[in-house]
Write a protein that binds this ligand. Structure first.
Ligand SMILES: [Zn+2]
Length: 433
């Protein structure tokens, strides 16, 4: 099947915009009458529902932040009574109070539908066996993909994350063709399989990976595809919106955002104004169909750019380019802005460098010091001190030329850096800023 919902997915752009406009007006009326939070927020901004008449008027609306969800913990921003909810998810709350999202039956259906369109656009459907190795539970990754895969009639192997040896055994025995997990876990699984004497490329039926829940680079994609023999697709979503919702189509050139359900803007972080196509800024999303917890111009915190050009796949819905980082991931090292993703991209372009690395930032004598620990690949591994020093120098100069700040590179023993089954923690910042 080429499209899950051909009428909506190929809708002419003008019609799509009219639909968005209609739904935006409805949304503002809805939140104004159902959410005391949004009524106050709009009143404070001097906006009445009748002031929103066109898609352009979205600019008048105030942003919503993660902090708003925390301040109204647990259900203060919900627009429906508890009796209409069929599910809750909650964020881990590692950096503050958790955020709780509630779902009506219709919200769950829309979520599954969004992923059904996405999975179909990759070519996944009946006959595929999808191993869902994202965590199940309060985290949205596992259950999100689970419902999406069932919607397109793929069979689901709900392994969740961890217990890697068993995952690989089941992958072989049940003929898993698609896996959904973090890029870090894909690498870890590949390594674990190798240690079991199994090649994912040659000894399994795995063809497709749906990888996300942490930023990863194009260079990392190439590494993963080369070493595992799969096609790796980027997925996007965030727990406050519903969890995983959108993926790349089979052309792997940006993630389609379903415009009938979500209105996407890219915001200039300095001015707060929307940016034109192609310019990188902060993602803001307005939900056009959610009932329990609709969000207006929600600042997701991810940095990306919009591409409204028609896609080769025939879908008219806009795409966002690969997320290059999160606003709160940005490190300021000696006054220079550095994203972990930039470092990953440089490292993955150097063939001797393995897939595992860690960034450590310290402050020594009032001076920021950034160190990157890296593992070499099997083939490049050397005991010769001269080889090691010359590789360290090569990586240092490659990083310096991209980041404009000096980095100390340290080669470490293979397998010595931490591995993870979920989201990896690539940065250790010891500066107490
Ligand atoms: Zn496409």
């Amino acid at each position: 099947m080429e499209y899950w919902d051909p009428h909506i997915e190929r809708m002419p752009v003008d019609e799509l915009r009219q639909l968005q406009e209609y739904k935006l007006k409805q949304l503002i009326n809805y939140v104004y009458s159902h959410s005391p939070f949004y009524k106050k927020r709009l009143d404070d901004a001097g906006i009445k529902p009748e002031d929103i008449n066109s898609l352009e008027d979205v600019k008048k609306l105030p942003f919503t932040y993660k902090q708003d969800l925390r301040d109204n913990y647990p259900t203060g921003m919900f627009c429906v009574p508890n009796t209409q909810l069929v599910r809750f998810h909650a964020s881990s709350g590692t950096s503050g109070k958790p955020t709780v999202v509630g779902y009506t039956r219709n919200d769950i259906n829309c979520w599954a539908n969004s992923l059904a369109r996405a999975l179909t656009s990759i070519g996944i459907g009946r006959g595929d066996n999808m191993q869902v190795s994202y965590g199940y539970g309060l985290f949205t990754g596992g259950l999100g993909l689970h419902y999406g895969a069932e919607e397109v009639s793929a069979s689901v192997l709900p392994t969740s994350a961890g217990n890697t040896g068993r995952q690989i055994e089941l992958m072989q025995d049940l003929g898993t063709s698609v896996i959904a997990c973090t890029p870090s876990y894909m690498l870890y699984m590949n390594e674990a399989a190798k240690n079991m004497g199994i090649s994912i490329k040659d000894d399994t039926d795995l063809k497709i990976g749906i990888l996300g829940a942490e930023p990863w680079s194009e260079e990392m994609r190439k590494r993963i595809e080369d070493t595992t023999g799969i096609k790796a697709y980027d997925i996007f979503g965030t727990s406050e919106l519903s969890g995983p919702l959108f993926t790349e189509c089979k052309y792997q050139d940006g993630i389609h955002i379903w415009a009938d359900q979500f209105l996407v803007e890219i915001i200039d972080p300095d001015t707060g104004e929307p940016l034109p196509d192609g310019e990188r800024g902060e993602l803001a999303i307005t939900t056009l169909s959610k009932e329990a917890l609709p969000l207006i111009r929600y600042k997701v915190g991810d940095l990306t750019a919009l591409n409204s050009e028609p896609c080769e796949c025939g879908r008219t819905h806009p795409r966002i380019t690969r997320i290059t980082g999160r606003v709160d991931d940005m490190l300021v090292v000696r006054g220079v802005n550095v994203f972990p993703g930039q470092i990953e991209a440089v490292l993955m372009n150097i063939p001797e460098v393995g897939e595992h690395f860690q960034i450590i930032v310290d402050r020594v004598n009032e001076m920021d010091m950034m160190k990157v620990q890296i593992e070499m690949t099997d083939t490049a591994f050397s005991d010769r001190v001269n080889d090691i020093i010359s590789l360290e120098k090569k990586v240092e100069s490659a990083l310096k030329s991209v980041l404009n700040v000096s980095v100390k590179v340290e080669l470490v023993e293979q397998g010595s850096l931490p591995r993870t089954v979920g989201k990896s923690k690539k940065v250790i910042d010891n500066r107490n800023l």
